[in-house]
Design a protein around this ligand. Structure first.
Ligand code: PLP
Length: 286
């Protein structure tokens, strides 16, 4: 497998990063996950824009000109002869002496990985997944804004660990005031009385790109949408619930804290949005 590292493509066994890299030492860096369908990267510009926003928010200057990124992502796929691919761009602060000062690092480290997509097992889409509301709270935006897609993922990893220990597929994190935010690597939606509800950005979430596509499709198709603050108890009254992210697209949720959502099967609005999403994707691929 070919990996882009800093300024060139290398074989994966040569794609090594220094133990003095501040991404390794301190989680100082950012990343994006992208998905390609039939050789084309979905929402490429939006992912690159978010990568640059994350970089800007941590004061990281990109070592490559803006115009090079799309072609490097595409070359990562073509070199590996990939059509349906998982792509990860990582940019760390780079190699430097021990110490927190980013000025110790001369140049950010850039890695672009493209590998075959490992799809989620189909039964999860048919049956829906089980979630648990976890004790681990989502990072306080004033401490570490969720808008930074940071390499420091411990907040989410602790939440994931707790959810797995509870026998759930993933954990729903609440914010400091006890309102719903998101799961450890996906955005949360639920349906109540026909209205599609999702925690607003102000609740302290990553503004997921799949989330934005789902909101756009809902609005274009006359589905009532609400972005707001919701207590965890709102899920008990929900008729449907689903998650979104780049690799899973739209994933139905069958239960939260071992209580069924609706009749426990993917609901009509979830299925409709999934159809709309796939039609949108098909138009993009035309
Ligand atoms: N929320 C978090 C914390 C994430 O890490 C991700 C994706 O990795 C998402 C939401 C979903 O974002 P997207 O739809 O852009 O993949």
């Amino acid at each position: 497998m070919w990996v882009f590292l800093n300024d060139t493509f290398v074989e994966s066994d040569k794609a090594v990063v220094s133990v003095f890299d501040h991404g390794f030492l301190y989680g100082d860096g950012i990343y994006e996950t992208l998905r390609a369908y039939g050789g084309r990267v979905f929402m490429l510009q939006q992912h690159l824009a978010r990568l640059h926003r994350s970089g800007h928010l941590i004061g990281l200057k990109f070592p490559l000109p803006d115009k090079d990124w799309p072609s490097l992502v595409k070359e990562s796929m073509s070199r590996n002869r990939l059509h349906d691919a998982y792509i990860r761009i990582t940019v760390s602060r780079g190699e430097g002496d021990i110490g927190l000062d980013p000025g110790l690092c001369r140049r950010p480290t850039v890695v672009i990985l493209a590998q075959p997509l490992t799809p989620y097992p189909p039964h999860l889409f048919h049956e829906g997944v089980s979630l648990a509301v976890v004790q681990v709270r989502r990072n306080l935006p004033a401490a570490l804004p969720p808008q930074i897609k940071s390499l420091n993922f411990l907040n989410n990893i602790l939440a994931k660990q707790e959810a797995l220990q509870a026998g759930a597929f993933d954990g729903i994190m609440l914010n400091a005031t006890g309102d719903l935010t998101e799961c450890t690597a996906s955005n949360l939606f639920f349906v109540q009385h026909g209205c599609l509800c999702t925690p607003s950005i102000e609740c302290g979430i990553l503004d997921g790109i799949t989330r934005s596509v789902v909101l756009m499709l809902a609005q274009q198709n006359g589905i009532a949408v609400e972005e707001g603050s919701y207590p965890a108890a709102a899920l008990r009254q929900a008729d449907e619930c689903f998650l979104t992210n780049t690799t899973m697209e739209i994933m139905p949720v069958r239960e939260v804290d071992r209580t069924s959502i609706g009749d426990g099967r993917p609901g009509p609005l979830t299925l409709k949005l999934r159809d709309l999403f796939h039609s949108h994707l098909a138009r993009f691929l035309e």
